[in-house]
Design a protein around this ligand. Structure first.
Ligand code: UD1
Ligand code: UDP
Length: 371
């Protein structure tokens, strides 16, 4: 039996680690599993754990209102060290590029425990965007023994950095999660969403939370949306707002109360992906949504100047529209009018796998054990 430990702390990590945790728990003869949540997020994380029925062995409960990267790092370094020393796992799984992932990888290294990195090899090649995620994932790669790259592009990025051993292309576990919760004829719990006219209106789904977009950029994004709805009475925007109070401050200042913009609390994961399926277009600065939406045939306009999801760009399922007002307005109005362009984007092929990534990853880990 291999003693493995999964560590995660934010909503997207939980969504993408859940299929892997559940699959490893099923394989009782092969793996002895411990789940640790740092609690970098609270409400947004608890909701995902509930959906996937995951009960963590440890909860570090580190979240503070308006926490800094330093706050998160100090708490995780101290608390994870104690848990790792007590549990002595053979391999620790971290995901992606968050502060939870980097600090856990560091503690693992200091304890000479091997790190398995899920969603390895993503690169934007701009160390300040996304910030701090681009540097986090580079540093995690240096601390990792087993690199699970979602795509061939991601593997190539690692090879360029001379990381050649134990690099495996497995697809992205986000597709495993997505296919496990997507439903036909989904009915929302929220009356606001059930009352939206998805058939006759152009409904846009918006999410916006990146640290580097906070401030003027986010203000510009919201102002461009105001102009879009004022010019186009057939457009409505649904905006499930991230819990970060800094974002809500800007929303209150710039958007306020608008009939065509539905400002709502973060949605549960099941509601959110089923909402993605119903809307016409997605505007986002999120990473995970750039991977999910293509599997649902929805065009994604990315509110950033670069992306680490280069394969989605190549496939034509996402488009970088940046953060400049005029550009956002022109791009949104154009795609909603130009059917040919819209169809090209919505019919492009999802490059992130078929939903079997967790099984692939565990099979590889199991084989490694035999070496
Ligand atoms: C973090 C990750 C980012 C990821 C994002 C997903 C880092 C450095 N950043 O950024 O890569 O894209 O999560 O959403 O790891 N809050 C709550 N309740 C919650 C969650 C957050 O109140 O359930 C509030 C808190 O006030 C918290 C703030 O949001 O201080 C920011 O959370 P934090 O994890 O520091 O940053 P994110 O922007 O969420
Ligand atoms: N998501 C959700 N509810 C929401 C918004 C997003 O469940 O209201 C899910 C979404 O389906 C995706 C993940 O959260 O799987 C993306 O998280 P986020 O955008 O916060 O982080 P990122 O992917 O940018 O790191």
């Amino acid at each position: 039996m291999l003693k493995i430990m999964f560590v995660f702390g934010t909503r997207p990590e939980a969504i993408k680690m859940a299929p892997l945790v559940l699959e490893s728990l099923k394989q009782k003869d092969k793996f002895k599993v411990k789940v640790v949540i740092t609690g970098q997020h609270k409400e947004m994380l608890d909701e995902v754990l509930k959906i996937f029925k995951i009960v963590p062995d440890y909860d570090l409960k580190i979240m503070k209102k308006e926490q800094t990267i330093i706050d998160i790092s100090i708490s995780i370094l101290e608390k994870m060290d104690k848990i790792i020393k007590k549990e002595k796992p053979e391999i620790i799984f971290v995901h992606g590029d968050t502060s939870t992932a980097l600090n856990t990888a560091m503690v693992s290294f200091y304890n000479k425990i091997k790190v398995a990195h899920i969603e390895a090899g993503l690169r934007s090649y701009n160390m300040y965007s996304p910030f701090p995620e681009e540097m986090n994932r580079k540093l995690i790669s240096s601390l990792t023994t087993y690199h699970f790259a979602p795509t061939e592009n991601n593997k190539q990025n690692l090879l360029k950095e001379n990381i050649k051993e134990n690099v495996f292309v497995t697809g992205n576990t986000v597709i495993d999660a997505l296919f496990s919760v997507i439903k036909e004829n989904y009915v929302f719990e929220s009356e606001i969403l059930n009352n939206i006219d998805f058939k006759n209106k152009n409904i846009i789904l918006l999410t916006c939370h990146r640290r580097e977009n906070l401030g003027e950029r986010m203000k510009d994004i919201f102002e461009s949306l105001l102009e879009i709805i004022h010019q186009n009475k057939d457009i409505e925007i649904i905006f499930p707002m991230h819990k970060n109070p800094k974002i809500r401050e800007i929303v209150n200042k710039v958007i306020g109360c608008q009939k065509q913009i539905h400002l709502i609390e973060p949605l549960g994961y099941v509601s959110f992906v089923n909402l993605m399926k119903k809307v016409k277009l997605i505007l986002t600065d999120s990473g995970g949504i750039q991977e999910e939406a293509p599997a649902l045939g929805k065009p994604v306009f990315v509110l950033r100047t670069e992306t680490e999801r280069s394969e989605a760009l190549e496939a034509g399922t996402i488009k970088l529209i940046g953060v400049k007002k005029n550009n956002i307005i022109n791009e949104v109005e154009e795609i909603l009018k130009d059917k040919k362009k819209y169809n090209l984007m919505s019919q492009a092929k999802n490059p992130y796998g078929v939903g079997d990534s967790s099984k692939k990853i565990l099979k590889i880990i199991d084989k490694i054990k035999e070496r």
